[in-house]
Design a protein around this ligand. Structure first.
Ligand code: SF4
Length: 496
């Protein structure tokens, strides 16, 4: 989890970054920050300014005057959702900003490093003092300690030492650098935005990088291309002058490991990630799910009522209904669950009653839509199962005839070591019940339960030629694309 954004050559770099982070808010809600670089042609070094804090983007930058202090034509931003390092340590909020022998360095990171422990240990033994507990700080130290002469070479040097998932935005004294790990776990895209002077005449464009392209749309930037796995893209004055970005590539990995869960749940459907529309993939997930778990209307029914668990399952439910109708299984999509978008994080309380309240505060039922009907509920995934169980109990209050749960991904059986915040193995319902679908069905209290198969999942995502594996499916399959021995499986205890 986490969202990153960067922009170069904009009159309103900090404001653009604010809006970019706003669009990426779903990727992390614990903290947000912006670093802006004010390049001065007469001096070698730029002036860097930073604002970051705990909270949502709109909370951290509630006072517009704060954005005005972030002067400069380049900026990077970060939305944090901690998967490594404490959520309560202020030093872990990104971007990080340091000065070192080559000048300033600001960094925002999405992903988890899988060799964090030995690297940290080695750096500590070498006398490095860490301020944060997040793995991202390691990258900064490795860049700073590199013997290479140029900043880009130093970044390259550092990134050949780290393993795991990283989509990075880096701001230096004269460039915006974006980089993605050789397996390409997390998405990262490049965009471009037209600039005009005060007379309306076109001037060289602004260059933008972001975790998801929904961050381009909000600032009227256009998607140019995906930043490739292993690519380090440099955007600087030369880019503005010539219109060309420069790229260097990390040692190639024959195997790629794009996170398939980004398509299932995490990314916004209005984004393009890994070069493909999330909406398109999610519709296919729904389509394939209808092949595997479609429901025929009974003789006394005109159609089967299908509802989604909003918002992440809306698109899959659309695909499910469209395909069901094509197959002759009449289905109608209804809005049977309404989501309250204004629920804060304060409801996260332990205890059965509070958890029930949490679900009720987030969702409510539309009784008239559900009463007396056989309904299909499309959801994207089941993690612990507690929310699904409460949701089913809530739906039962509307007295539907039957509830059939359809999940647009396979059972989650493994935690994620590459940047998604899943609990440990023993907290996953599919593991607790030994992977027995019938037992999960019973536990959730539904009349039938069908998960999309791994085959159906892989049939829904784009194919790539010449790759020895294109996706990470580890949370579903247990097939980890990178060794995991050195990774802590849970955040620090003080997060609990
Ligand atoms: S384990 Fe799952 S969530 Fe993590 S990177 Fe792989 S597919 Fe994505």
């Amino acid at each position: 989890m986490c969202g990153v954004f960067g922009i170069y050559n904009s009159d309103s770099a900090a404001m653009d970054t604010f809006y970019g982070l706003y669009a990426l808010q779903h990727r992390g809600q614990e903290g947000a920050g912006i670093v802006a670089a004010d390049y001065d042609e007469t001096k070698k070094k730029a002036q860097f300014r930073i604002v970051k804090n705990f909270g949502l983007v709109a909370e951290v930058f509630r006072d517009e005057r704060v954005l005005e202090t972030l002067k400069g034509r380049a900026a990077i931003g970060h939305n944090r959702y901690s998967t490594m390092g404490s959520a309560k340590t202020p030093q872990n909020v990104q971007p990080f900003l340091v000065t070192y022998k080559s000048g300033h360095l600001a960094l925002g990171h999405n992903g988890n490093l899988t060799n964090e422990k030995p690297l940290r240990q080695k750096l500590i033994e070498d006398g490095v003092i860490f301020q944060a507990t997040s793995d991202s700080e390691i990258i900064l130290h490795l860049i700073a300690r590199s013997k290479a002469t140029t900043v880009v070479e130093q970044v390259y040097d550092a990134l050949t030492q780290v393993q795991g998932a990283f989509s990075l935005v880096i701001l230096t004294d004269d460039a915006l650098i974006a980089a993605r790990d050789p397996l390409g776990f997390r998405p990262l895209s490049l965009g471009i935005r037209e600039n005009k002077d005060k007379h309306g005449k076109k001037t060289p464009p602004a260059y933008v990088v972001a975790s998801e392209t929904c961050a381009f749309d909000i600032i009227s930037a256009k998607y140019k291309r995906e930043i490739l796995p292993g690519e380090i893209v440099v955007i600087d004055k030369e880019t503005v002058r010539t219109g060309e970005t420069k790229s260097v590539f990390l040692p190639k990995s024959e195997r790629k490991a794009r996170c398939i869960f980004e398509y299932v749940y995490f990314s916004r459907p209005d984004s393009v990630i890994f070069g493909e529309s999330v909406d398109k993939v999610r519709r296919k997930l729904g389509k394939n799910l209808s092949h595997e778990g479609g429901l025929k209307p009974k003789d006394d029914e005109k159609y089967v009522t299908v509802i989604s668990v909003p918002d992440s399952s809306n698109t899959a439910a659309l695909g499910f209904v469209t395909e069901s109708n094509k197959q002759g299984n009449a289905a109608r999509l209804e809005l049977g669950l309404i989501r309250n978008h204004y629920v804060g994080r304060t409801f996260i309380q332990p205890g059965e009653h509070e958890r029930g309240l949490k679900v009720r505060s987030k969702y409510n039922i539309v009784r008239g839509v559900l009463k007396g009907r056989r309904i299909v509920v499309v959801d994207d995934s089941i993690v612990r199962g507690t929310t699904s169980k409460m949701l089913v109990q809530l739906l039962r209050e509307a007295h539907p005839k039957e509830i059939h749960l359809r999940i647009s991904s396979p059972p989650i059986t493994n935690p994620c070591f590459y940047g998604m915040d899943f609990p440990t193995k023993d907290h996953l319902i599919a593991n607790q019940l030994g992977g027995d679908i019938e037992k999960i069905r019973e536990e959730l209290g539904v009349d039938s339960l069908v998960y999309l198969s791994m085959k159906g999942l892989l049939a829904s995502v784009p194919k790539y030629e010449d790759e020895k594996g294109s996706y990470c499916t580890a949370c579903f399959s247990g097939a980890h694309p990178l060794p995991i021995e050195e990774v802590s499986t849970e955040k620090e205890k003080n997060d609990e």
